[in-house]
Design a protein around this ligand. Structure first.
Ligand SMILES: NC(=O)c1ccc[n+]([C@@H]2O[C@H](COP(=O)([O-])OP(=O)(O)OC[C@H]3O[C@@H](n4cnc5c(N)ncnc54)[C@H](O)[C@@H]3O)[C@@H](O)[C@H]2O)c1
Length: 420
């Protein structure tokens, strides 16, 4: 491990590759780069300390550079022990960024690094999974009066924050970046759809065509994964617990059934629910020999690995992100230790996807600073106009022009008098 006063990364010698990856990311993150150029001129985050717990990838590197361009003082750690790109962490450390992260972090290091970020006394927290917010609320309450707001990147984090809000435990405003229309569409749906399949392919090199591919959860992420698995020629089965979502999956043309039934049919399983123990031992006991199990939900709790480890006759790593378990004479393969397969076994979302999500992050920081002291201590949405501004920026980068409403049309949509 390479350590300095303000960083701890795997190996500084990886920095050159990291810089090349950051360069490629910048090229694909046109919308975020537009905001960065404005931030360089306007410095809207001057004097603001921002602490981040996010997947340390090349795209997050561009987010960090954008926040720095806006005048912020930034400190970052990972939000998942397997998602750091060591070359990017090294390049950021060389640029002078306060960064603590490496791929394969121990639990102790994970929490030690979070503590390092918190020690910088952030005015804004940017989380992916709510760990910073929850640590501050549990153990560093003295910082809360100076915190302007927090921004949360993913569905699981929002669920935890809403639980805090219900318990009257949330003590600073949280902007639900995850709930931006643009984030849900581009990141959860298109991004998770593509990168989850990418992770499964890189881990296994399996042919997806003709396989029974079971998707657990038909939210934005599950819809994206189902769509892309079907595109590869899989026979997709959806398991859901919400009647509306289950109905939607059925009308989208997928077979919908209970997990117990799907367990015996599936060749590839992918959980994307944000929930716990969605694939349990009783399901694994009826799976086929050679079944592949992956998770793309936020935490590694969707597949009950603990029970599998207890009952398996043997366990060995057969490829870098693929572990074989022999259960009652059949081989089951778990990818990326049951952690987000797109980040553990591949590179996460493509840069273009993260550009949209991170436009949401940086504009939320700016919004928080502009409205300092005026935001409620609740989980709040970024105003719709800002969300639309992100979509417009991305369209501009793609060279797409769209129509605008005429004055007559605006008057028509605002009036109730005109009928047939
Ligand atoms: N891999 C990634 O890069 C990535 C990106 C975005 C979000 N996420 C994570 O993916 C997860 C899903 O996100 P989302 O935005 O689709 O959430 P969502 O809440 O819109 O959808 C989750 C769906 O899972 C269903 N579900 C819950 N428990 C279930 C169970 N036991 N069996 C079957 N279905 C069940 C829910 O009814 C819901 O429809 C979250 O953990 C989120 O943080 C991952």
């Amino acid at each position: 491990m390479d350590q300095g006063r303000n960083f701890e990364v795997r190996d500084l010698k990886l920095a050159d590759q990291g810089r090349k990856n950051l360069e490629l990311a910048e090229l694909a993150m046109g919308a975020l780069m537009e905001i960065r150029r404005r931030f360089e001129r306007e410095k809207p985050l001057s004097g603001v300390r921002i602490g981040l717990a996010l997947h340390v990838t090349k795209e997050t590197g561009i987010l960090v550079r954008t926040l720095l361009a806006g005048g912020a003082d930034v400190a970052i750690t990972g939000c998942n022990p397997l998602s750091t790109q060591d070359d990017v962490a090294a390049a950021l450390a060389e640029e002078g960024v306060n960064v603590w992260a490496y791929k394969g972090e121990s639990r102790e290091d994970y929490y030690r690094y979070i503590a390092n970020v918190i020690a910088r006394k952030p005015h804004i927290t940017i989380d992916d999974g709510c760990d910073l917010v929850s640590e501050i609320h549990k153990s560093h309450r003295e910082l809360i009066p100076d915190i302007i707001c927090g921004c949360e990147e993913t569905t699981t984090g929002i669920i935890r924050l809403k639980a805090m809000e219900r318990d009257n435990a949330l003590e600073y405003p949280m902007i639900a970046v995850n709930d931006n229309k643009t984030k849900h569409l581009v990141d959860n749906y298109y991004g998770t759809g593509q990168s989850t399949i990418d992770g499964i392919l890189r881990a296994t090199n399996v042919l997806v065509a003709g396989k029974a591919f079971v998707v657990c959860g038909y939210g934005s992420c599950g819809k994206g994964v189902s769509l892309r698995a079907r595109g590869f020629g899989a026979n997709v089965i959806v398991c859901e617990t919400d009647p509306f979502r289950a109905l939607q999956a059925a009308y989208d043309g997928f077979r919908v059934m209970r997990m117990q039934e799907a367990a015996g049919l599936g060749d590839i399983f992918c959980t994307v629910t944000g929930n716990k123990h969605v694939i349990r031992l009783e399901h694994m006991q009826s799976m086929k020999n050679g079944a592949i199990l992956a998770n793309s939900g936020h935490f590694d709790i969707e597949i009950d690995l603990k029970s599998l480890k207890e009952k398996a006759a043997s366990e060995r790593r057969v490829r870098p992100s693929m572990d074989e378990y022999v259960l009652e004479g059949r081989k089951l393969f778990v990818l990326g230790e049951g952690r987000l397969v797109n980040l553990a076994a591949a590179e996460g979302h493509p840069s273009e996807v993260m550009s949209t999500s991170f436009c949401g992050q940086v504009l939320s920081c700016e919004y928080g600073v502009k409205n300092r002291g005026r935001l409620p201590k609740r989980v709040i949405q970024l105003p719709g106009e800002i969300d639309d501004e992100i979509a417009a920026l991305q369209l501009k980068v793609m060279g797409i022009e769209m129509d605008t409403l005429t004055t007559e049309q605006i008057e028509y949509t605002n009036s109730w008098k005109e009928g047939t």
